[in-house]
Structure formats: structure tokens, C-alpha cells
Design a protein around this ligand. Structure first.
Ligand code: NAI
Ligand code: A1CAB
Length: 270
């Protein structure tokens, strides 16, 4: 992997596109053009990337190696045709849109467009993301290597062999940070209910989630073993886990939640 990432065109600089751009800029990017109609969304990148409001304003001489599609999946049919002109030049389209299928993107970009579907997550902003990616037929080895380098620049990467596998990935790791942040929220609330001051509850919840994540990242042990290491026989944690791990509690709820999100990703195929 080269030290500096190649020229990129980012379409949509919202929460996820912005998170990835932060990571790429930190890593070193030769040139980035960002198409973002709402100036406030991209304001944090002024001076570090060229920000333009629409496809017509992209500098005529700009030849991006990759075009990152980071708009909402519902906006793709109306927005993508304006970028089809980059396909014949060999640009790789990397879509992070939930659900939106390769077939529907090629309907807008041209049937020969080289497309990778990737599903990152917001820890990419601190280069600790996880992305699973799928390379559509026709993507060359060099293009796949380019996508891999871009995605690795903001965290860990895995490739899947079947396009549909991106949909459960979207449910698990794409949305996963939201479930972890929800854990911090409900832990804080429960601490306050037990009489702790609000500022202490907030600090405890954040530090516990962040510290546990750091331990999990650093440890070769399974999550279950790290859990068991906290759980003294006949102790306090065991009492809490008896509630959380009842058959209709966390395990069943998580299965139901992930199935619901996977179904929604499939609905967004287009
Ligand atoms: N937020 C997340 O954690 C993740 C989001 N994604 C995917 O990333 C995509 C973006 O999601 P978010 O960043 O959350 O949404 P967002 O709403 O924060 O960002 C979308 C951005 O696109 C801009 N935009 C709209 N139309 C445009 C156009 N025609 N040209 C250029 N920019 C345009 C909007 O102004 C906005 O800033 C979605 O497809 C989503 O499925 C994927 C993984 C995780
Ligand atoms: O909620 C969503 O649809 C997007 C995809 C994964 C995370 N955010």
C-alpha cells in the first residue's frame, strides 16, 4: 500500500462519508473533491478538500481513481447518473449505501461501471472502523486492491464472496456502533436510577463501554471468556446476567433486531 492515497471523489459528506474522509485525510490523501450540496456538512474539511455543490462543479481536469458513493440509498436513482461519466475512464465506484444493489447502481452508472459495495461503520473516523466489502463481477484485481487500501486506511477490512452477505453485515457492523452507544445510554440511566449522581453515571457508562472495547481489541480471548472473567460465582454480575441472558431477553432481542435490519437492507436494494 502506498503512503498517500490516490485522488478521490466523495459524493455526500454526511455522517459516514465525513467519518471516512477524516480517516483518509489523516492517513494522507493526494487530492479529494467532495460533492456536498449543504455547505455546513462539509465545513470541517474546508482547506483540506475541494468542496463543490454538485456534479457540474467538479473541475473538468479531475480524474479520480475512485468515486465514493456516500449518499442515502433512496437518493441514488436521481443522483448517480450525473457521475456516470467517470465510469469509462476506469474509475472504481465504491458504494457505502445500505442495501442499494450493484444492479440498481449499474442501471444509473452504466452496465460496465466497476462497482464495489462496502459497508463501513462510524469508528472509521478514528481509523478503527470495520468494513466488509463485495467486488462485483468485472472489478479488476487492481481496482479491488485500491478499494482494499482505501478501506484499510480507516480500519479493518473483510471481503465477502456474495453480494447478499453485505445486508446482514449492514445490520451487524454497519449499525453496530448504534447498539453499543445505546448500551452506554441505558447503563447511564440505570446508574442514575440506583442513586448515583448524573455526572458520575455518564463518566462510568462511557469509560466502561470504551474500556471494555479496548480490552476486547487487545485480548486474544473470546468475548465469552472475558465476560466469564468478570462473573464471580454467586456474585453480583451473575445476578445481572441471569436477567440479561433469559431466553427472551438479550440473545433473542439481538437476533430479532439483526433480522429486522437485514430485512430493511434488502428492501433498499432498489
Ligand atoms: N451513518 C452510518 O453509520 C452509516 C451509513 N452508511 C451509509 O452511508 C450513506 C450516508 O449515510 P449518512 O452519512 O448517515 O447520511 P447523511 O444524511 O449524514 O449524509 C448524506 C449526505 O449526502 C448529501 N447529499 C444528498 N444528496 C446529494 C447529492 N446529490 N450529491 C452529493 N451529496 C448529496 C447530504 O447533504 C448529506 O450530507 C447511506 O447510504 C448509509 O446507508 C453506511 C454505513 C454506516
Ligand atoms: O441505518 C442505516 O441505514 C445505515 C446503514 C448502517 C448504519 N447506518
Amino acid at each position: 500500500m502506498s503512503e498517500t492515497l490516490p485522488d478521490l471523489l466523495l459524493i455526500g459528506c454526511g455522517k459516514m462519508g465525513g467519518a471516512m474522509l477524516s480517516g483518509w485525510l489523516e492517513r494522507g490523501l493526494s487530492r479529494a473533491v467532495v460533492v456536498e450540496p449543504y455547505p455546513a456538512s462539509a465545513a470541517a474539511f474546508a482547506g483540506r478538500a475541494s468542496i463543490v455543490p454538485d456534479a457540474a462543479s467538479i473541475p473538468a481536469d479531475f480524474r479520480p481513481a475512485a468515486v465514493i458513493l456516500a449518499i442515502k440509498p433512496q437518493e441514488a436513482p436521481a443522483s448517480l447518473p450525473a457521475f456516470a461519466r467517470f465510469a469509462p475512464g476506469g474509475a472504481l465506484f465504491v458504494s457505502i449505501m445500505a442495501g442499494r444493489s450493484v444492479a440498481s447502481m449499474r442501471a444509473a452508472l452504466g452496465e460496465r461501471a466497476a462497482v464495489v459495495r462496502a459497508m463501513p461503520n462510524t469508528p472509521a473516523a478514528v481509523r478503527q472502523g470495520f468494513t466488509a466489502a463485495y467486488a462485483a463481477p468485472g472489478v479488476t484485481d487492481a481496482q479491488k486492491a485500491l478499494a482494499d487500501a482505501l478501506l484499510q486506511a480507516v480500519g479493518e477490512v473483510a471481503w465477502v464472496a456474495e453480494e447478499d452477505q453485505i445486508n446482514p453485515v449492514t445490520a451487524v457492523s454497519g449499525g453496530g456502533p448504534a447498539y453499543v452507544f445505546l448500551l452506554a445510554e441505558v447503563l447511564e440511566k440505570a446508574a442514575i436510577e440506583q442513586g448515583l449522581p448524573a455526572d458520575l453515571a455518564r463518566r462510568m457508562a462511557r469509560a466502561t463501554v470504551a474500556g471494555s472495547g479496548a480490552l476486547l481489541a487487545a485480548s486474544p480471548q473470546d468475548a465469552a471468556d472475558l465476560r466469564k472473567a468478570v462473573t464471580s460465582p454467586k456474585g453480583t454480575t451473575e445476578r445481572a446476567l441471569n436477567v440479561l441472558m433469559e431466553p427472551d431477553a438479550w440473545p433473542a432481542l439481538m437476533s430479532k433486531a439483526i433480522a429486522a435490519a437485514t430485512d430493511r437492507a434488502r428492501e433498499l436494494a432498489g
